[in-house]
Design a protein around this ligand. Structure first.
Ligand SMILES: [Ca+2]
Ligand SMILES: [Ca+2]
Length: 127
C-alpha cells in the first residue's frame, strides 16, 4: 500500500515541492517509507481476531522535511483480512452425557445404516 501527496509549487525551484512522508499516528503498527510513501507493517504479525481495523495518520512535508517546510496529512484506514489460523474448538475438553438405564437402544445394524455409539451410563446396567 502506498500514499502519494502532490505539491502545486514549482518542482524546479529549490525544494518547494520535494515531499517526504512520516507517520503522525499509528507508528506502533505501521511505518511509511520517507521517500516513496509505501506503508509497511512494523510488527511481525497482525492478528485479525485481536484487531481488524487500524487508522494511520500520514504526514507529507515539503522542503524535503527541513525546518520551515509546509505539511499536510491524511488518515489511512487499514482493514486486516482473515487467514485460517484457528482450528475449531469445543467449549470444554470433556463432555459427559447421562442416560436413564430404562432407555432402549435402537438396532442400527439393519438396512443401509450401520452405527455404533459409546455412552457412559450412570446408576444402571447397560445390556
Ligand atoms: Ca510546497
Ligand atoms: Ca483468522
Amino acid at each position: 500500500m502506498k500514499v502519494m501527496a502532490s505539491d502545486a509549487d514549482d518542482p524546479t525551484y529549490g525544494s518547494s515541492a520535494r515531499i517526504v512522508y512520516s507517520v503522525l499516528d499509528g507508528e506502533k503498527f505501521f511505518t511509511v517509507d520517507r521517500q516513496t510513501g509505501v506503508i509497511r507493517t512494523a510488527v511481525a504479525d497482525l492478528d485479525r481476531e485481536t484487531q481488524d481495523r487500524y487508522e494511520l495518520v500520514v504526514k507529507a512535508t515539503d522542503m524535503a522535511g527541513q525546518m520551515g517546510g509546509l505539511s499536510g496529512s491524511t488518515t489511512v484506514t487499514i482493514v486486516i483480512t482473515d487467514v485460517n489460523d484457528n482450528p475449531p474448538r469445543f467449549p470444554q475438553r470433556r463432555t459427559e452425557a447421562q442416560m436413564n438405564s430404562g432407555w432402549k437402544f435402537i438396532d442400527t445394524t439393519r438396512g443401509e445404516e450401520r452405527g455404533r455409539i459409546a455412552v457412559r451410563v450412570h446408576g444402571g446396567n447397560c445390556r
